[in-house]
Structures are given as structure tokens and as C-alpha cells.
Design a protein around this ligand. Structure first.
Ligand code: ATP
Ligand code: MG
Length: 568
């Protein structure tokens, strides 16, 4: 396919696409469009990264361009192969393909080292022996200029000799650094002789022990974009004031110059989007791991039951802007509902079972009724659901003493069992000691098979149910927001953000009852449990014989709306 920058998909425009359009018009990059997604492999990806992934891969796809996957792996102490693998899996799962363009900053270490020497030779970089603390002190503040290091005027020869000896391992960690020689009085703190290399006798997950000096992110990032001939280096707003530094390196070295473009990062209510904080949740055992279904990580959302389509749709919907804002969690959930409503097969499950005995139904009879798999999609057909004398309904669906607007089952009242019959409650059996309702006796009207009365009489509620004899036992996990506060970072007295964790974010229902067809449900598969919400088979803990389902999201679709009036 020719890489001619011609727009092949006409998406809603945004300021980044406008820049790409303009560059294509002026031929700034010979109409090439080449982006990259540059994660640091120091944690699992989260929904914020998904925004960046959709943007970078999306723009490349829409302009017949290319998008690289590049790991910015410059910090051996925090990076691990496990993270690299998870990132590859997550990007692929989201539906994007980087073909053979998987790169690593560590693959450029030799080249980066060469550029560092070139800057030293030009008198634009020097080896500095100040301690980390002194460097901070000399740096000045936003209002006060910094102070030159006493090592700033070393000769190129001495700098080159020291830098080579740094590489050779002659010096201890932290004893020296290589710094760019720019301007200690610059109003931009990033320009005050930033550190380019540090000594770190640590093994790297890819380069092993080959290096004991490592380039800093700020020296590495822009140069890697240049090496890969990236046209539009898209990053989040906090890098706006790093751009002059990246430009400085590129101009001093006289190498290819990509255009950095900044956009607002995604913030989501009731959660945190920072790998550092997510790691703290994992390490503090506040969650079961990076893929805990309550985590805003891609792997957590996947395990929770989110689909790649729903996440991509969400990213399209929120768009990109130049100012920071917070998106409501409900926007993400609505993207999911919209996707699953169309695709998820319906099933019946009872979370808090109450036994119903149909006294006029034959003891040993069984019959198979047809249930619609998806009212949104006739092609999904129907499935067989067994019916028998003893059933479970939801405990909530019965009230002995129903309030005014409660239309569901109550003594003497008739309701519909979905896809089955009309039943009328005739007797309530209670535990003598506790007074708790333990079972209901009902009668059914055989003429209402399938759920409609031939005489046209109406009922005000339709309940879901499962046949007791056929039911599967399952554990069902219900999730709520991980944090109690819309902004979990808001704490009093500088307390840690974990004080805002929601102690009730996970509720385990140990003995739910499911319709028997769900025994064959594949790992990760999505369902809509009628009237309850979207659920999926837990991909980690569910095994044949011990089913575990996660609630992905509560329900709010058309049927729920019809029911709502009846249920309130
Ligand atoms: P974190 O703060 O979670 O550690 P990061 O920016 O340090 O995030 P990187 O691995 O460096 O994580 O990010 C890779 C890419 O994803 C970068 O281009 C970054 O700008 C982008 N990105 C990270 N977080 C978000 C977010 N919340 N919204 C949009 N893009 C993001
Ligand atoms: Mg980062």
C-alpha cells in the first residue's frame, strides 16, 4: 500500500488530525504519517494508555501510515519482561498490529552513546561530579535562576575521557553524571543542564550487563523518535515543556526532526491512572493483581468483561483536546453497554435464590421452553431452558407485604415467569425461629405457556427464574468503584491515596443459581443476565465444576426500562 498520507477513513476531526492534514498539504514529511506508541515497561497498561494507543494507531491507519510499538526501557531498576509481555498482549487485544515494528530504546543504546560523545566533542555536554542533592540545589526554582556547576567548564578531552571511563565501569553509582550544557538561567527548568546519563550498575532486562551507564528518558525519547523517523510524536501535556529540550538535542546533533504534539491525558472519575499508584495497589494487596477486575488496567477491564470494541468506542467518543478534564466512569460503562447489548447472549441467573414450588405442576415432569438469545439480534435465535416444579426466583422479587408500587410477586398476586407461565403465589413458608421466608408455594396456569394469557389478561411484572433441579451453582462477583472519592488523590493531611479505597468494592455471592446452558460458557465470554446486568466467565478462577462469573456492568437497556416501572 502506498504511504501517500491520503486520508482513507473520515473520522471526526481533531486538532491533531488538523496538523497531520496541514503537514500533508505542505509536504512537510513527504506525506508520510508515522506515529508510535512508546510505553515504559514499568507496569501494566491502563485505560489512559488505551487513549494514546487508539490515537497513535488510529491516525496511522486512517492516513495509510505506520505506527511503531516502542518500549522506552531506560530504567533497568523498574522494568521487567513481564511488563513487556503484558503490553504486547494488551495492544494486540485492543485490535492493533505493529507488524515487525517492535522497537526498544535499549536497542539504540550504542547509537545514543555515540550521540552523547558527539555532544561532548561539540562542547555541549559535560561530566559533572556534583551529588544528586547538589544538582537539585544548584538547579534553582521557578522564580530563581540556577547556578553553574563547578565542573561545567571541563575541557572536551577531559569530559570524553571521564565519560568513557564511566562506561567502562570505573566509577560508583551516583558519583558522576553526564549533563547537557544549556543554560542554568533558563526560565524552563528542563533546560537547566539536565542530566543525560547516570551510572547504574544494574542488569537490564534486554541488554543484560552490557551497560553500567543508562541514558535518561529526556535524552532518549526524542532521539528515538528521530531514529525511527517518526513524523508526529504524540504525547501528553506534561511533556509540553520538555519539547524545547528534545528540540535542542535534535538540533545540536543535526538529526531528523519529528514534530511533538501534546494532548490532554485521560482522567477517569473514581479511579487512578498512574502506573506508580496502580503498582502500589498491587504491592499493598489492595487488589488481587494488575488484572483484578476492579483495576482500570486493560487486563483488569478485559477480565471484568470489557470488549476491545467498547474501549475503542470510548476512546473515539472522548476525543482529544488540549486541556485536562475528568471523564465520568459512566461514559466508559455506557460504551460497554452499547456494545454488549447488541452482542451478548441473554441468560437467566438468580443471585439471591428463593425457592418456589408450583403445587399444581407434576412432580417428575420437566419441559423445555424456548428463550430468546438476543432481542436485538434475531439471528442469534433461541435456546432451550428447562422448567420444572421447583424453581428459584430472586429474593428481591417477592414481598410478603408489598409497598404501593411493588408489582412483583406477593401473596395472592399473579406474575409472569419469563418465557414460561403465569404463576400466582398461594402460600408463604417461613422459618419458625427467624421469620425469614424460606419458600413460596404457587400455582401456574398451563394456558399461559410461553408467557401470554389467551384470555388477554395482563400481569404487571415479569420475573427471571431457574429450574432448581437443573440449576448450576456459581460464584458471582459484584464490583463497585474501587475508590469512594471521585478524585482519589484528594486526601486530608497528605494521607496516602489508599485511604480513599472503597472497602465494599467487591461483593462475593457464593451460591448463585444459573440456567444449565451456562455450563459450557467459554472463559471470558460475555452474557446479559436478564434484569441483572452484564456478566462474564472469570478467565482466571472459573473452572469446570466451579463456575465464577464477574459482573461487568449493571443493566440499563430497553427491557430494563420497561421493567423499571414494574419493579419500582
Ligand atoms: P503513568 O503516569 O501511568 O506511569 P506514563 O505516561 O508514565 O503513565 P508511559 O508508559 O510513559 O506511561 O506512557 C506511554 C504513552 O501513553 C505515553 O505517550 C503517554 O503520554 C501515554 N499516556 C499515559 N497515560 C495516559 C493517559 N492517562 N491518557 C492518555 N495517554 C496517556
Ligand atoms: Mg512515563
Amino acid at each position: 500500500m502506498p504511504l501517500n498520507g491520503e486520508k482513507v477513513v473520515d473520522k471526526q476531526t481533531n486538532f491533531i488530525r488538523d496538523i497531520v492534514d496541514r503537514d500533508n498539504e505542505t509536504g512537510k514529511y513527504e506525506r508520510r504519517v508515522h506515529t508510535r506508541f512508546p510505553p515504559e515497561p514499568n507496569g501494566y497498561l491502563h485505560i489512559g494508555h488505551a487513549k494514546s494507543i487508539c490515537l497513535n494507531f488510529g491516525i496511522a491507519a486512517d492516513y495509510q501510515g505506520l505506527c511503531n510499538l516502542r518500549f522506552d526501557d531506560t530504567n533497568p531498576c523498574k522494568e521487567e519482561v513481564e511488563y513487556v509481555d503484558s503490553i504486547r498482549e494488551d495492544v494486540r487485544w485492543l485490535g492493533f498490529d505493529w507488524a515487525d515494528r517492535e522497537f526498544y530504546a535499549s536497542d539504540y543504546f550504542e547509537q545514543l552513546y555515540g550521540y552523547a560523545e558527539a555532544l561532548i566533542k561539540k562542547g555541549k555536554a559535560y561530566v559533572c561530579d556534583l551529588t544528586a542533592e547538589q544538582i537539585r540545589e544548584y538547579r534553582g526554582t521557578l522564580t530563581a535562576p540556577g547556578k553553574n556547576s563547578l565542573y561545567r567548564d571541563r575541557s572536551s578531552e577531559e569530559n570524553l575521557d571521564l565519560f568513557r571511563r564511566m562506561r567502562a565501569g570505573e566509577f560508583a553509582d551516583g558519583s558522576r553524571v553526564l549533563r547537557a550544557k544549556i543554560d542554568m538561567a533558563s526560565p524552563n527548568l528542563n533546560m537547566r543542564d539536565p542530566v543525560m546519563y547516570r551510572i547504574l550498575h544494574a542488569a537490564h532486562h534486554r541488554s543484560g550487563d552490557a551497560w553500567c551507564i543508562y541514558p535518561m528518558y529526556d535524552f532518549t525519547h526524542g532521539i528515538c523518535d528521530s531514529i525511527e523517523k517518526i513524523t508526529h510524536s504524540i504525547c501528553t501535556l506534561e511533556f509540553e515543556n520538555h519539547r524545547p529540550l528534545y528540540d535542542w538535542f535534535i538540533e545540536e546533533l543535526g538529526i531528523y526532526h519529528p514534530q511533538q504534539i501534546e494532548f490532554a491525558r485521560l482522567n477517569l472519575s473514581y479511579t487512578v491512572l498512574s502506573k506508580r499508584k496502580l503498582l502500589a495497589l498491587v504491592q499493598g494487596n489492595h487488589v488481587s493483581g494488575w488484572n483484578d477486575p476492579r483495576m482500570p488496567t486493560i487486563s483488569g477491564l478485559r477480565r471484568r468483561g470489557y470488549t476491545p470494541e467498547a474501549i475503542r468506542k470510548f476512546c473515539d467518543l472522548i476525543g482529544v483536546a488540549k486541556f485536562n478534564s475528568v471523564i465520568e466512569m459512566s461514559v466508559l460503562e455506557n460504551s460497554l453497554r452499547e456494545d454488549l447489548n447488541k452482542r451478548a447472549a441473554r441468560a437467566m441467573a438468580v443471585l439471591r435464590p428463593l425457592k418456589v414450588i408450583i403445587d399444581n405442576y407434576p412432580q417428575d415432569k420437566d419441559e423445555i421452553l424456548a428463550a430468546v438469545n438476543n432481542p436485538e439480534d434475531a439471528a442469534m435465535g433461541t435456546r432451550p431452558v428447562p422448567f420444572s416444579r421447583e424453581l428459584y426466583i430472586e429474593r428481591d422479587d417477592f414481598r410478603e407485604d408489598p409497598p404501593k408500587k411493588f408489582f412483583r410477586l406477593a401473596p395472592g398476586r399473579e406474575v409472569r415467569l419469563r418465557y414460561a407461565y403465569f404463576i400466582t403465589c398461594t402460600r408463604v413458608v417461613k422459618d419458625e425461629q427467624t421469620g425469614e421466608v424460606v419458600e413460596l408455594h404457587c400455582t401456574y396456569d398451563p394456558a399461559t405457556r410461553g408467557g401470554d394469557a389467551p384470555d388477554g389478561r395482563k400481569v404487571k411484572a415479569t420475573l427471571h427464574w431457574v429450574s432448581a433441579r437443573h440449576a448450576l451453582d456459581a460464584e458471582v462477583r459484584l464490583y463497585d468503584n474501587l475508590f469512594l472519592k471521585e478524585n482519589p488523590n484528594e486526601t486530608e493531611n497528605n494521607a496516602d491515596f489508599t485511604v480513599n479505597l472503597n472497602p465494599h468494592s467487591l461483593e462475593v455471592i457464593a451460591h448463585a443459581k444459573l440456567e444449565p446452558g451456562l455450563a459450557a460458557a467459554a472463559s471470558g465470554h460475555n452474557f446479559q443476565f436478564e434484569r441483572l446486568g452484564y456478566f462474564c466467565v472469570d478467565s482466571v478462577d472459573s473452572i469446570p465444576g466451579k463456575l465464577v462469573f464477574n459482573r461487568t456492568a449493571s443493566l440499563r437497556d430497553t427491557w430494563a426500562k420497561v421493567e423499571k416501572t414494574a419493579n419500582d
